[in-house]
Design a binder for this molecule. Sequence first.
Ligand code: NAD
Length: 497
Amino acid sequence: MGRPETLTRYQLYIGGCWVEPAGKGYFPSYNPYTQEPWAEIPQAGPEDVKAAVAAARDTFDRVWSKTSGIDRAKLMLRLADIMEEEGPRMARLESTDNGKVVRETSSQMLFLARVLRFYAGYADKIWGKVMPLDRSDVFDYATMEPLGVIGIITAWNSPMALMANKLPAALAAGNCVVVKPSEHASVTTLEFAKLVEKAGFPAGVFNVVTGDGATGSALVSGGGVNKISFTGSGHVGRKIAAAAGEKLIPVILELGGKSPNIVFEDADINKATVGALAGIFSATGQTCIAGSRLLVQRTVYDELLKRITERAAKIRLGDPLDMATEMGTVANEPQFNRIMDFIASAKKEGARLVTGGERVAEGNLAKGLFVKPTIFADVRNDMTLAQHEIFGPVLSVIPFGTEEEAIEIANDTPFGLASGIWTTSLNRMHRVSKALRTGMVWVNTYRAVAAQTPFGGVKESGFGRERGQEGMMEFLTTKNVMINFSEQERDPFAVQT
Ligand code: NAD
């Protein structure tokens, strides 16, 4: 059977050129709404990855490391403008590729433009410092320098939003990059390369190699990369950390979560209801920061459960490209099967299913990978459902009595990415935020992001920070320069202090 005419075939983007993969061919990218292939993605082999890293290195040495901060900033600002203009088209492409609703992907495209502008402002302000030493005849200063070539490996759930967390900081700091998007959603990263080209970046600053895990592995282990910034599962994160350890290169790992969203009895119940829904059902729950454990104080438990169950049952599922759709499909078949397995095991474990818990089997949506918004009540925190990241629209509602108990349950997880607190007590906001072992705490809001705020996890949610000033520092290293201008001879057999 020949290729359908509508299938777009992409190429690798290496050193400013669109190139065919060296011998490994192409694989289809599926639209999870129609379950039809809609694009062909090149499978890059180790030789392609090597070529991309070599192109990035060459551009870094010859051009980018010599490009002034203000010139890097100008290019980034131009790219931000283009990204805004192209936002609606890019959003539709991403929603077609991973089934996320276009109302979410549209705002993610604008967010990428916003983060580019934030870091463009830093590009010409990367200054060092002068340190007065104990000796008056020595002058000492430290400069901040780019690392060189950064390998960026991303997950399928939000390719452009994940790019926003990594690329602008890396470019502003003066690095060149090689990006390896997920094999399940590569299209927007490849399309983004066209926007980088249009903005006028020197060839080789931004390179894209697509393919499966073997391509990512070649990027980590093939040599020539100075740091890996990875977003994905803990399982792959561990492999990358081990391989990077062999190469002695540093890594940023943005991994999974099982975030507690805690509603106290003194919360504004309307806002908490919306926050609970936003935490788990936006993006079909396919977000690392999903508030997948809803901890509710017993005194307001029945009321909150009733409200979220009623609203969850009314969530509008549909075509991800329709602005009216509230929840799209699950992004790919392996992920869909994983979610359904978790639901089956939760039922067996005795969690009380109050809504959802099955595939949409009727009507137009039966063809797509739709899971009904699912809520399990009276969940114990030691159940599989509460301990594992499901990465789907499945909420565990867990009752608690006291603030201490809430904190204990919230922290009783291998993960530590995000958390939410719903309360009107100022003292409680501070007390509980301090006690939670997560990289991010939201108070009376959930799943809100900003270019200025540092993001990242603790425990098995990973390490390193993205966005904010901290995100920039991840892509810089310090060089110290000590200048002795004394005329005196020194003792060659003792260290000079
Ligand atoms: P994944 O770990 O399966 O894949 C992520 C990327 O790693 C893909 O590009 C994949 O091709 C690549 N890869 C696979 N094996 C590799 C190897 N051996 N070496 C190098 N690269 C390899 O994750 P996924 O299924 O794409 O995404 C879901 C996971 O991502 C969830 O666990 C989720 O929590 C996590 N995630 C985390 C964040 C965050 O910021 N913390 C954000 C989004 C998603």
